[in-house]
Design a protein around this ligand. Structure first.
Ligand code: A2P
Length: 334
C-alpha cells in the first residue's frame, strides 16, 4: 500500500495558500489528512478538497501534532513564530517566506535546479523568491551547458506578489480610475492601475531593494555559484498573477540562440514560446495558471563582440512555479 501523509497548509486562505491546496489536489499528492490553518478571522470557513469540505482552523502551536509536512505561506513573521512548534512536532516545514532562505542549515530548492540539496534539511526547507524560481528554471539548464558568469535582469512583476490584497487592490483601483473615483493605495506604495512602480520590498543601503538582492543571493545559493554577478531592477506592473523578466546572460562558453533553444526544448519545467514571426513570445496572460515557465525572445546579445551573451524573456505564474507549485514539488521530492 502506498504511504499517505498528513499535510498542513498554513495561510490556507491567502493567494498562495489557496493555490497550494489546489495544487495538492491537481497533482494527486498522497494526502491522508489535510489541515487548513489561518488566522482566527478565517476559522470555521470551509474549503473543498477532492469534493469534501475541510474546515479551516485557527493556527496555534498545537496545530502540528501528527503533521508530516507543513506548507507555510502566511508571511515571514508567522514562519519565524511557528518554526520551533513545527520542527519539534516532527513535521517538515516547507516555507514560502524569505525568513530562512539564506540560513546555512536550510536548503533552498527549485526541483528543476538543485533537487539534491533537499537531503541537507534539518526540518526546514525554503521555497525561493518567486522571480528567482521562475528565472532559474530557464537559466539553470543553460548554466549547466555553458557556465553562467553574469546576469542583468529587469522584472515585470504581477500584483499577486503582494498577496490576495495586492490582486484585489489592482482590480478595485482599475475600476476607481476608470470611474474617476479617488484611490487610496495600501498594498503598494503608489497607484498601480495604468502605471508601474519600480520598487518591490524595502530599499537597502546600496540603493537596491531587498527583492533585487534576493535574486542575487538566492541564485548564488541554488546554482552553487558564490561568485555569480547579477544586477536586477524589480518593477511592479499591473498584471494580475504572472511575473515576467528580461534576462541578459553572460556565459563562460559561447552559446548561440539555436543551441539555447535546443537546450531549453528539453528542459523540465520550460515551454519554449519563441516564434516572433507569428507573434509568439512569453506573456503573463499566457503563463497564468500554467505550471511551466514560458521562455522566448531568445537572441544573441549584439552589444558584445563575442558569442557569450544571450538575451531572453520569461513569464511564469507567480502563484504556481513562483510559490505553490514549487512548494508541492519540494514535498514530492521528500
Ligand atoms: P487570514 O485570511 O485568516 O488572515 P496573503 O499573502 O494572500 O495576504 O495571505 C496571508 C495568509 O496568512 C492568509 O491565509 C492569512 O489568514 C494568514 N495569516 C495572517 N495572519 C495570520 C496569523 N496570525 N495566524 C495564522 N495565519 C495568518
Amino acid at each position: 500500500m502506498s504511504k499517505s501523509f498528513c499535510v498542513a497548509v498554513a495561510g490556507a486562505t491567502g493567494a498562495v495558500g489557496v493555490e497550494m491546496v489546489k495544487t495538492l489536489e491537481k497533482r494527486n499528492f498522497p494526502v491522508g489528512k489535510l489541515k487548513l490553518l489561518a488566522s482566527a478571522r478565517s476559522a470555521g470557513k470551509t474549503v473543498k478538497f477532492h469534493g469534501e469540505d475541510v474546515v479551516i482552523e485557527e493556527m496555534t502551536e498545537n496545530s502540528f501534532k501528527g503533521v508530516d509536512i507543513a506548507l507555510f505561506s502566511a508571511g515571514g513573521d508567522i514562519s519565524r513564530a511557528y518554526r520551533q512548534a513545527v520542527v519539534s512536532s516532527g513535521a517538515v516545514m516547507i516555507d514560502n517566506s524569505s525568513a530562512f532562505r539564506m540560513d546555512a542549515d536550510v536548503p533552498l530548492i527549485v526541483p528543476e535546479v538543485n533537487p539534491e540539496d533537499v537531503k541537507l534539511h534539518h526540518g526546514v526547507i525554503a521555497n525561493p523568491n518567486c522571480t528567482t524560481a521562475i528565472m532559474l528554471v530557464a537559466v539553470a539548464p543553460l548554466h549547466r551547458a555553458k557556465g553562467l558568469k553574469r546576469a542583468v535582469v529587469s522584472t515585470y512583476q504581477a500584483a499577486s506578489g503582494a498577496g490576495a490584497k495586492g490582486m484585489q487592490e489592482l482590480i478595485d483601483q482599475t475600476r476607481q480610475v476608470l470611474n474617476n473615483e479617488p484611490i487610496s493605495p495600501k498594498a503598494f506604495a503608489h497607484r498601480i492601475a495604468f502605471s508601474l512602480i519600480p520598487h518591490i520590498d524595502s530599499f537597502t543601503d546600496n540603493g537596491y531593494t531587498k527583492e533585487e538582492l534576493k535574486m542575487l543571493n538566492e541564485s548564488r545559493k541554488m546554482l552553487h555559484l558564490p561568485e555569480l554577478l547579477l544586477s536586477c531592477t524589480s518593477v511592479r506592473i499591473p498584471a494580475l498573477r504572472a511575473h515576467s523578466e528580461a534576462l541578459n546572460l553572460e556565459f563562460s562558453d559561447e552559446i548561440t540562440p539555436e543551441e539555447a533553444r535546443a537546450i531549453l526544448a528539453k528542459a523540465p519545467g520550460v515551454t519554449l514560446c519563441d516564434d516572433p514571426a507569428n507573434n509568439l513570445y512569453p506573456m503573463p496572460v499566457d503563463a497564468t495558471e500554467k505550471y511551466d515557465v514560458l521562455v522566448g525572445r531568445i537572441r544573441q546579445d549584439i552589444s558584445r563582440r563575442d558569442k557569450r551573451g544571450l538575451d531572453l524573456f520569461v513569464s511564469g505564474d507567480q502563484l504556481l512555479k513562483g510559490a505553490a507549485l514549487n512548494a508541492v514539488q519540494i514535498a514530492e521530492l521528500l
